[in-house]
Design a protein around this ligand. Structure first.
Ligand code: BGC
Length: 392
C-alpha cells in the first residue's frame, strides 16, 4: 500500500453524496418522474432514499467521527427553485444550516449545484436542450450563492455533464430517455455554456473559493485495431469537456473502471474478468490513469471528486480503495497537482436506474430502519485520512 503519510500538506480527504440519492422525497424533478413512468427502466423509485433531508446531522456527525476533512454533497435545485423564478427561503436556510454545521465540525463543505436532477418546470420546457437553460441554471447558482457563498469551501457547477448527455440523449437510460445524436450535441454545448455562466455567477457572489466542474472519466484501452474508435469515443465523451474546463480553479475527476475498445466500440468484460455490482471491471488503476490524463490535458489542479466501488463485499471495497489511493499517491510522486480524494459514497444510496441494489457506501443504511452503520471500509478510509491529519 502507498505510504499514505506522504500526501502533500492540505490534501483533502473526503467523501461524497448527491441530494437525489440520499435526501428522499425529491418529487419535483425529472428523475422522480422518470422513476415513476409506467414503463420505467428504474429498478425501483428513490422514495425516502436515506432520509438525509432530515438526518443530515447524523450523516455529518459520521463524517466528523471518521476524521475526514471534507464532505461533498449537492443542492437540490428543485427544492431551492420549485417553480421558475420562485426561490424557497426555507430550502436555502436548510442548506445553510448544513454548511454552517459542517464548518463548525471542521469539515470543508464542497457543494455541487447540479447532480443529475433538473427541476420539473425546466424539464417540461426541454431541460438542457432549451436555449435559456444555461442562463436559468446560472441564475439559480447566483441566487444560491448569494445566500450560501460565505459558508462554502469549494463549488462544483455540474456533476458529470458527459454522463447526463450520454445516458440521457444517446443511450436513453436517463431522462429524457432519448437516443439522438443531434440532440446530444446540443445538450453537450448547453452544458459547457451552463458551466461557464454558472462559474461566473458563483464567483460574482460572496465568499472566495475554488469553482470547477466534475467529469466522468474512464481508462479507455484499445484492443488491436481499436485505436481510432477509442480516440473518437474519448473525444466525444471526455475531451470536449476537458477543453471546456481549461483555466478553471480545478477539475473534479470521477472514475470507477476501465473499458476496452475495439474497432466496433466498447467491449463488455468477459465472464473471466472480475466485475463489480455495476458490471464494470474491477479496476482501481483507473485513478492514476485518468488523473494523469486530465492534468496533462487541462493543466488544472485536480481533485478526485468521486471514486469507489459498488460491492456487497466490504473487504473488496478496502482492496479497491487501497489500490486506488496508491494510484493517487503515484500521481503526486510523478508531479501531478492532485489536491484531494473523495470516496464515493458516504452512504449506501439510490444508484439511479439500478435502485438500491449496488452498495457504494462506507456506511450501510438499513432499508427498513434507515439506521446507519459504518463499515470496516469506513474505518480503513478514516485511518488513511488520519495518517495525514498532521499535515492538514
Ligand atoms: C455519479 C454518482 C453515481 C456514481 C456511481 C457517478 O457517475 O456521479 O451519482 O452514484 O457514479 O455509479
Amino acid at each position: 500500500m502507498a505510504d499514505t503519510r506522504s500526501f502533500p500538506d492540505g490534501f483533502l480527504w473526503g467523501t461524497a453524496t448527491a441530494a437525489h440519492q440520499i435526501e428522499g422525497g425529491n418529487t419535483n424533478n425529472d428523475w422522480w418522474a422518470w422513476e415513476h413512468r409506467p414503463d420505467s427502466i428504474c429498478a425501483e423509485p428513490s422514495g425516502d432514499a436515506c432520509d438525509s433531508f432530515n438526518r443530515w446531522r447524523e450523516d455529518l456527525a459520521i463524517v466528523a467521527s471518521l476524521g475526514l476533512g471534507a464532505y461533498r454533497f449537492s443542492l437540490e435545485w428543485s427544492r431551492i427553485e420549485p417553480a421558475q423564478g420562485e426561490f424557497s427561503e426555507v430550502a436555502l436556510r436548510h442548506y445553510r444550516q448544513q454548511l454552517e454545521a459542517a464548518l463548525a465540525m471542521g469539515i470543508e463543505p464542497v457543494v455541487t449545484f447540479h447532480h443529475f436532477t433538473t427541476p420539473s418546470w425546466l424539464a417540461a420546457q426541454g431541460g438542457f436542450e432549451h436555449p435559456d437553460a444555461p442562463a436559468l441554471f446560472a441564475e439559480f447558482c447566483a441566487r444560491a450563492t448569494e445566500r450560501l457563498g460565505d459558508v462554502l469551501s469549494m463549488a462544483c457547477t455540474i456533476n458529470e455533464p458527459n454522463v447526463v448527455a450520454l445516458a440521457g440523449y444517446r443511450m436513453g437510460a436517463f431522462p429524457p430517455g432519448v437516443a439522438d445524436r443531434g440532440r446530444y450535441e446540443v445538450v453537450t454545448e448547453r452544458f459547457c455554456e451552463a458551466h461557464r455562466l454558472a462559474q461566473s455567477a458563483i464567483k460574482a457572489g460572496p465568499g472566495s473559493f475554488p469553482v470547477g466542474m466534475t467529469l466522468s472519466m474512464t481508462e479507455f484501452v484499445a484492443a488491436p485495431g481499436g485505436e481510432a474508435r477509442l480516440a473518437s469515443i474519448r473525444a466525444l465523451h471526455e475531451d470536449v469537456y476537458l477543453d471546456a474546463t481549461r483555466g478553471d480553479d480545478f477539475l473534479g475527476v470521477q472514475c470507477y473502471s476501465r473499458e476496452v475498445v475495439d474497432a466496433k466500440g466498447l467491449v463488455k468484460p468477459t465472464a473471466e474478468q472480475r466485475t463489480t455490482q455495476m458490471g464494470y471491471e474491477f479496476w482501481p488503476g483507473c485513478v492514476e490513469h485518468t488523473v494523469k490524463r486530465a492534468a496533462a490535458w487541462t493543466q488544472n489542479p485536480i481533485y478526485v471528486t468521486e471514486n469507489g466501488i459498488g460491492t456487497e463485499d466490504d473487504g473488496e471495497r478496502i482492496e479497491y480503495l487501497t489500490e486506488a489511493i496508491s494510484g493517487a499517491h503515484q500521481c503526486i510522486v510523478d508531479g501531478v497537482d492532485l489536491r484531494g480524494y473523495f470516496c464515493w459514497s458516504l452512504l449506501d444510496n439510490f444508484e439511479w436506474v439500478y435502485g438500491y441494489r449496488p452498495k457504494f457506501g462506507l456506511v450501510e443504511v438499513n432499508r427498513s430502519t434507515l439506521k446507519r452503520t459504518p463499515k470496516a471500509s469506513a474505518q480503513f478510509f478514516a485511518s488513511v485520512a488520519k495518517a495525514n491529519a498532521l499535515s492538514r
